[in-house]
Design a protein around this ligand. Structure first.
Ligand code: GLN
Length: 493
């Protein structure tokens, strides 16, 4: 590993400005790390040539004393963001050959600030999953292993390529998207920071849609400061996304004082779920103790509709997905499998193009939206969603943020949950509520399981209160101490 790939995004930024190294050197070090890490299967597409060209241009700007907030910093992008001229797959065969003619707003903002694209990262097909096992490009392997055990583990999902790449030092930061936990769960599984912003904070324009009322883009980084820096560029109003909110973007990095004295932190009693590993409970208590020691007040709160969140999510998300995915018909994008009639062409294309999990979601979604079942399922799920949002509104009258574990377990082995969709869906038990309520939520690495794997704590905040959330996360990060890094077994492989 080169010293340049061990830097945080903030350190790399400051090093570039101090001329300690060039953007070209920084990018070349990451390109070499990516090549050495191919056994992780984190990338679907590598764009080394484009990256080195962009880095050379960044060096010119830096040399003239110019450059944006992310000038010369190499990043990688979940392959759900459309990138002009670079294949975008959503992890699906159905987008075979699709090269976007436009750029997503979030990535356009990153390039305008001077960031360098290293490549596109693996994910569950259409972001449906918690392990990247539904990607048609194969599963991403977690850089972490259990102590004394070489069993390959998942890096979480759906943003598993992003979490693995960041944890392994293949990029300074990555984008993820989070519909029900896809930024936070993989972040927790790999010992990194992941932030799902408030709904409407980042534009969804140019991001392949999964469930439009839940999807949000966010940063995945090795430190809270790096997340604050990236969010500052990613966030902001976009007239091309009518659900993006025209609110000013605060200086998130400046908010990181680490001072949480006087803040009230809620601990929801309903998040103590059956079957949760005892070490998750211990981690949670540790988080409570850290924040208390830092001067925060801990308040028990109740979110009484929590146990309805997972079922409500697994109706609303497939319903929206079944509608969003209707556009993949063999006519407009990617794959086309011919047939004798138009209908046959649709059937052949969708039959060959979609994988098992995506087909399952389309079937569930179509069912819950169909005449006669709409009221029984979809409408009731929407009502539950309002009740869940109401629970949070009530809790936030008494507290400034809510602390929970991010996941009910550490990373699991490949294949361990893949035959049982319900077991897989249980991964999202602590994360889906924030999406249903549109709230920002942050996962911070906060210790390790008995088997040596990283664990994460989640902070949920008021809508558009990312600055405070990041600051509380910063306090947790300081209390937890420097996050350990995985042993680099793949470099010897
Ligand atoms: N695991 C959840 C799902 O499969 C969440 C996915 C996501 O956030 N994109 O729906």
């Amino acid at each position: 590993m080169s010293a340049l790939t061990a830097l945080t995004l903030a350190e790399a930024r400051d090093g570039l400005h101090a001329r300690q190294f060039s953007a070209t050197e920084l990018t070349a070090a990451h390109v070499a790390a990516i090549e050495a890490a191919r056994p992780l299967n984190a990338f679907i597409t590598e764009t080394a040539e484009r990256a080195l060209d962009a880095a050379a241009a960044a060096d010119q700007r830096l040399g003239r004393g110019e450059g944006g907030a992310l000038e010369g910093l190499p990043l990688a992008i979940k392959d759900l963001f459309c990138t002009r001229g670079v294949a975008t797959t959503a992890g699906s065969r159905i987008l075979d050959g699709f090269v976007p003619t436009y750029e997503s707003t979030v990535t356009a903002r990153l390039w305008a600030a001077g960031a360098v694209l290293l490549g596109k990262l693996n994910l569950d097909e259409f972001a449906m999953g918690s392990s990247t096992e539904s990607s048609c490009f194969g599963t991403t392997i977690n850089p972490w292993r259990r102590a004394g055990d070489a069993t390959p583990l998942v890096a979480g999902g759906s943003s598993g390529g992003s979490s693995a790449a960041v944890a392994a030092g293949l990029c300074l930061g990555a984008t993820g998207t989070d519909t029900g936990g896809s930024i936070r769960q993989p972040a927790a599984f790999t010992g990194i920071v992941g932030l799902k912003p408030s709904y409407g904070r980042c534009s969804r324009f140019g991001i392949v849609a999964f469930a439009s009322s839940l999807d949000q883009a966010g940063p995945m980084t090795r430190t809270v400061r790096d997340a604050a820096i990236l969010l500052g560029t990613m966030a902001g109003h976009d007239p091309q996304d009518s659900t993006s909110v025209p609110a000013p973007v605060p200086d998130y990095e400046a908010a990181l004082t680490g001072d949480v004295r006087g803040l009230r932190i809620g601990v929801p009693r309903e998040y103590r779920v059956d079957g949760m590993a005892p070490e998750i409970e211990t981690l949670w208590q540790q988080g409570v103790a850290w924040l208390k020691a830092a001067g925060a007040t801990i308040v028990e709160v109740s979110l009484p509709h929590t146990h309805h969140a997972l079922p409500a999510y697994y109706i609303v998300a497939p319903a929206e997905a079944s509608s969003n995915l209707a556009r993949y018909d063999g006519v407009r994008f990617g794959l086309r499998v011919p047939g004798g009639t138009l209908d046959e062409m649709y059937e052949n294309t969708r039959g060959a193009g979609f994988g098992r999990e995506v087909k399952r979601r389309i079937l569930i979604g179509t069912y819950v939206l169909s005449h006669g079942y709409y009221d029984a399922y979809y409408l009731r799920a929407q009502k539950l969603r309002s009740l869940i949002a109401g629970d949070f509104a009530q809790a936030f009258a008494a507290v400034d943020a809510i602390l929970t574990p991010t996941t009910p377990s550490p990373a699991f082995a490949l294949g361990e949950n893949s035959d049982d969709p319900v077991a897989m869906y249980l991964n999202d038990v602590f994360t889906v509520t924030a999406n249903l309520a549109g709230l920002p939520a942050l996962s911070v690495p906060a210790g390790r399981a008995a088997n040596g794997l990283p664990l994460g704590l989640q902070l949920i905040g008021r809508a558009f209160d990312e600055a405070r959330l990041l600051n509380i996360g910063y306090a947790l990060e300081q209390a937890a101490g420097p996050a350990p890094k995985p042993a680099r077994w793949w470099e010897a492989a």
